[in-house]
Design a protein around this ligand. Structure first.
Ligand code: DMJ
Length: 593
């Protein structure tokens, strides 16, 4: 069936013209009369006590009803014999394989590439800044060259053992994650020989017909994001082709009763499942909520609305759900469409979902008002319930767990400083100044978490508890794995304020990485940032090349390199161009295909 997806500007009534092909998702009716105690109760703050008690009661009843329903389903399942369950799984598998086989193979249509502005250059005028930028480029060379020698084709590098490394997110095959993740950083740094080397490997070796179970989220942000960015920057068709091939392999992950994708999918069989550790078989908000940017670009480049429909379906479903205190819980069951454990965080498990709401709006040339509204609503609830000031005056973002606020902030949550700054312009009731200030406060807190360590590198998470401020308490939280979020926030704040402190803080971090993480075979994470004699974890993460070094390089570049009104960075720092879609189809071609 030929379909046309029309994106219109401004007038929200015209949004009805979107042909999303959405299926109705039934959110179960809750019988509030059934009772018994339930542990997952929320504390609700505010002036109207009575209303809050009612709300609390309603939530209790809902949680109770959800639990009862889940119990019933489990009982039903147990009634079936092992053979019946096996047969059901096999039927599902066959269906997926069949769908994949019969899928029509279409050549990719030529589409006009959006206006690509600022894809190279960025030479700073100041000599000192130029030298710093050169140093970051040298660090990139060191990371890449050692991966090239000791880890080529493997997903990541063990810089001390000098061999390849991988984790379960990449599945069991060698997919060259570091190559794909690093390409655009190489490109903007002008490391063209290295870029071409990577391109050749992708052309000849990157194969997705492997019997390997990968993380849908990770593969999307690192591989599809990385390939799309490399395509836009270089114009080399091979990257687009590979991105689309891989995306097709991810589609079976969406074959769930609700359309909320599984966390993992087997690239060969198409069979999906969720992480065993995720609450009650749930999918994770930051995973299924971090597909939008890449999937919209895939539909744009292929003219095939399938990708767009998948992510818009997720959005529609989320819009229909109840949100306790306006907050999105991190877990959602893809079979039942019900929330799992009520845990909300702006760090791990939640983070990039919020980021992608904002970036969907930015990427649509600020025409996707629905996404902007969801972002504004979400951050208002976050600010009300999760953002607090410590005794010492540091603003932090806590986590909402089982009805109370845990005063703990993850390194991952530090990206939010940049997000608040990026979303300041266009904020509701013109609170731009407020959000820029909030972003700056988060940047200061995260800088403190670095400054209060022996290595001047931040821990994985830090607490605010009495006299403890921005410091990790448990041994298991003291590591630094070359993560980018704090530097990412410095960069956004630098772009919006040009306050020299952000370059200074970024440089402090770069020097600390150089001093404590650099080894002769590359760069390694460290196990305890409070110990002045660091122990290395012997992993050079692919995001170190994709994000940490890219954000540092941009921090010491002039603003005309990848300007933010033309580019939107995905959550793995892969730049994708703003799509000016008004009065055109998603394929970029005004004609119906
Ligand atoms: C990256 O893979 C992405 O930034 C993701 O969104 C979460 N964190 C890692 C790096 O820390």
């Amino acid at each position: 069936m030929k379909r046309r997806l029309v994106i219109t500007r401004g007038d929200s009534s015209k949004h009805k013209r979107f042909d999303l092909g959405l299926e109705d998702v039934l959110i179960p009716h809750v019988d509030a009369s059934k009772g018994a105690k339930n542990p997952g109760v929320f504390l609700i703050h505010g002036p109207d006590e009575h209303r809050h008690r009612e709300e609390e009661e309603r939530l209790r009843n809902k949680i109770r009803a959800d639990h009862e329903k889940a119990l019933e389903e489990a009982k039903e399942k147990l009634k079936k014999s092992r053979e019946e369950i096996r047969a059901e799984i096999q039927t599902e598998k066959n269906k997926v394989v069949q769908e994949m086989k019969t899928k029509e193979k279409k050549p990719l249509p030529p589409v006009p590439i959006p206006n690509l502005i600022g894809i190279d250059g960025g030479d700073p005028e100041d000599n000192d800044i130029r030298k710093k930028r050169e140093k970051i480029k040298e660090m990139m060379k060191h990371a890449w060259d050692n991966y090239r020698i000791y880890g080529w084709g493997h997903n990541e590098l063990r810089p001390i053992a000098r061999k390849g490394h991988s984790t379960n997110i990449f599945g069991s095959s060698q997919m060259g994650a570091t190559i794909v993740d690093a390409l655009d950083t190489l490109y903007i740094m002008g490391l063209h020989d290295e870029f071409r080397d990577g391109q050749k490997w992708i052309e000849h070796n990157l194969d997705f017909s492997v019997n390997s179970e990968v993380s849908v989220f990770e593969v999307n942000i690192r591989f599809i994001g990385g390939l799309l960015a490399a395509y836009y920057l270089s114009g080399e068709e091979i990257f687009k082709i590979k991105a689309v091939q891989l995306a097709e392999k991810l589609l079976p992950a969406f074959n769930t009763p609700t359309g909320i994708p599984w966390a993992m999918v087997n690239l060969k069989s198409g069979v999906g499942r969720n992480w065993g550790w995720a609450s009650a078989g749930s999918s994770i908000l930051a995973e299924f909520g971090t597909l939008h940017m890449e999937f919209v670009h895939l539909s744009y480049l292929t003219g095939d609305p399938v990708y767009y429909k998948k992510v818009m379906h997720i959005r529609k479903l989320l819009q229909k759900m109840d949100r306790p205190n306006g907050l999105y819980p991190n877990y959602l069951n893809p079979r039942t469409g019900r929330w799992g454990q009520y845990h909300t965080s702006v760090g791990g498990l939640g983070d990039s979902f919020y980021e992608y709401l904002l970036k969907a709006w930015l990427m649509s040339d600020k025409t996707d008002h629905e996404a902007r509204k969801m972002y504004d609503d979400a951050i208002e609830a976050i600010e009300k319930h999760l953002i607090k000031k410590s005794r010492g005056g540091l603003t932090f973002i806590g986590e909402w767990k089982n009805g109370h606020l845990e005063k703990k902030m993850g390194h991952l949550a530090c990206f939010a400083g940049g997000m608040f700054a990026l979303g300041a312009d266009g904020s509701r009731m013109d609170k731009a100044g407020h959000y820029l200030e909030l972003g700056a406060e988060i940047a200061r807190t995260c800088h403190e978490s670095y400054d209060r360590t022996a290595l001047k590198l931040g821990p994985e998470s830090f607490k605010f508890d009495g006299a403890v401020e921005a410091v990790a308490v448990r041994q298991a939280e003291k590591y630094y794995i070359l993560r980018p979020e704090v530097i990412e926030t410095y960069w956004y704040l630098w772009r919006f304020t040009h306050d020299p402190r952000y370059r200074q803080w970024g440089w402090e971090a770069a020097l600390a990485i150089e001093k404590y993480c650099r080894v002769s075979g590359g760069f390694s994470g460290v196990k305890d940032v409070y110990s002045s004699t660091p122990t290395h974890d012997d992993v050079q993460q692919s995001f170190f090349l994709a994000e940490t070094l890219k954000y540092l390089y941009l921090l010491f570049s002039s603003d005309d390199l990848l300007p933010l009104d033309h580019w939107v960075f995905n959550t793995e720092a892969h730049p994708l161009p703003v799509l000016h879609l008004a009065n055109t189809t998603l394929s970029g071609n005004p004609a119906v295909r």
